[in-house]
Unconditional design. Sequence first.
Length: 241
Amino acid sequence: MKREDILQVSAMPVGRPSYDLPPFTIAEWAALTVQYESDPDAIRAALPEPLEPVGATVSVSIVEAAESPFGAYRACTISLPARFEGRDVNYSHVNFTDQDELIYASREIWDLPAANGMAELVLGENRVAGVLDLGFVGTLRMSIPIAEPEESGPPSPVTEQISCKLIPGTGGPPAVAQLISLTATDVSVKQSWSGPAQLDVDPGGPLDSLPVNNVLTGQYVLGDMTLPYGRVVHDYLTTAP
């Protein structure tokens, strides 16, 4: 295989790439998001500098996508609101999904912190519920009441996502250490509602380092979006401390 052929391959393995190149269109994307108050010191410890905390809230989302380049998938995302260079962002703290190709793409393109986990989103008769099952590590459960869909107004600005990309070098020290920015495009909301939320987490579970002090509110959203390439917004290897 020639050099120019190698540089055109979308991903490893070179002989059979795990995924294609962005943009990725995600259709019929449903998400249940619950916000809660946590410990300010825990939030500060979880945010990589130069990100600055905004309050002490944590957002947990259980997601189910019907159509994507990775096929149908389910996921859980945990994010923290922050400030970066004077603008509001969400920091991707940890993600879980049951789709291997999505884990590879998330880590290798944007370094979204994806790991294996079984998430499920259930639209019941009276409530919409989400569950993240990490086996012996523990389980996360959350829900909100089903309500009348809210009237759609002007589309809200899409919040920029920041992730920390860290790739070790062959000799040990990091070969790549960056903050990556990702902002979804072509976002359309077909249905949404909000309501009081319930959130239960097993001890030692995925929120153990971000304790749940007070559950705030929840929101259900159904829509479509596109995930483009990200961009490097901070490089720890070239920026002086």
